[in-house]
Design a protein around this ligand. Structure first.
Ligand SMILES: Nc1ncnc2c1ncn2[C@@H]1O[C@H](COP(=O)(O)OP(=O)(O)OP(=O)(O)O)[C@@H](O)[C@H]1O
Ligand SMILES: [Mg+2]
Length: 268
């Protein structure tokens, strides 16, 4: 609920009541965007600056290890290995900062989903089955095809990482949903009827981080960077779309809502 005085008549106030769920999510998404922007800008600069001295540290440790008997190399190996891990993390941060503005065109959402599914099945999701429940009649969306695939790939990767062991299934659903309407930055209404859900039957999002998973560097995994969902959130917001999640143990569903491509573009 929001209360504000009326400018032209101080005897009155304006009372704005919206359903709690949507108000929460909108407020949070604004915070996430600005937090992500400043955290990433800063982190990107740091990443760049830290990589050089790290190369020195790693090189020095390797030199040191040459003069050590094998049984004493454990510590230098640790330095080299951990340095490598930091460099990888920094590269991910830099990649995040380098994200270019989307080159949007009319795109079949199922093509992007299929590319992500195929790439997942030959790699991190080889132990899972991925089933498609598509509505083939969906019109094209207006998106950068590579970035859209990156979004789906990140969501499938998270689902696969949550579903350890054999016998799990990831479901990819697509359908038309009229109900989601948002206000664009420009003020006009945004209708986002093209809906994709990525649903897994894993343990669910850890409750202690559930409210913050779209923020950068929030991870519930031991080796997680916590940048996957921040990237998803950034790409989707650059496309004026919407991403949300519902999770209970045994069922986690990420939902991506996208606009329909403008009519004149659909033939291209
Ligand atoms: N499908 C899911 N099921 C359960 N937990 C999830 C799921 N998707 C995300 N999470 C939780 O949200 C956290 C944040 O995800 P995010 O993709 O941002 O980072 P990450 O996967 O930990 O690291 P990165 O993607 O950078 O390698 C995950 O660490 C995990 O705890
Ligand atoms: Mg991830």
């Amino acid at each position: 609920m929001q209360i504000a005085p009326m400018h032209d008549n101080p005897d009155y106030i304006l009372l704005l009541i919206s359903p709690r769920d949507i108000a929460d999510r909108l407020g949070r998404s604004m915070q996430v965007k600005s937090a992500a922007k400043s955290a990433i800008g800063m982190a990107e600069m740091l990443a760049h600056e830290i990589k050089n001295p790290l190369a020195g540290i790693s090189g020095a440790a390797q030199l040191l290890s040459m003069n050590l008997p094998p049984e004493d190399r454990e510590m230098t190996d640790l330095i080299v290995e951990e340095t490598r891990r930091i460099v990888k993390l920094l590269e991910q941060v830099e990649q995040f900062g380098n994200l270019r503005p989307p080159e949007r065109r009319a795109v079949n959402i199922h093509d992007a989903l299929d590319r992500a599914r195929k790439s997942a099945l030959v790699g991190f999701a080889a132990h899972l089955s991925i089933v498609e429940e598509y509505d083939p009649s969906l019109p094209a969306t207006f998106a950068d095809p590579d970035q859209l695939m990156q979004v789906f790939l990140n969501l499938i990767k998270n689902a696969a990482e949550a579903c350890k062991g054999e016998g799990h299934t990831i479901r990819l659903r697509s359908f038309y949903d009229h109900s989601l309407r948002l206000r664009r930055k420009s003020g006009g209404p945004a209708v986002l009827p093209l809906t994709v859900e990525i649903i897994d039957d894993g343990p669910g999002i850890p409750p202690d981080i559930a409210a913050d998973i779209f923020e950068p560097f929030v991870s519930g995994r031991e080796n997680g960077t916590g940048l996957g969902l921040a990237l998803v959130s950034k790409i989707i917001s650059d496309h004026e779309g919407w991403v949300s999640v519902e999770s209970v143990p045994g069922r986690t569903a990420f939902r991506v809502s996208m606009p329909v491509a403008p009519k004149k573009l659909e033939a291209s």
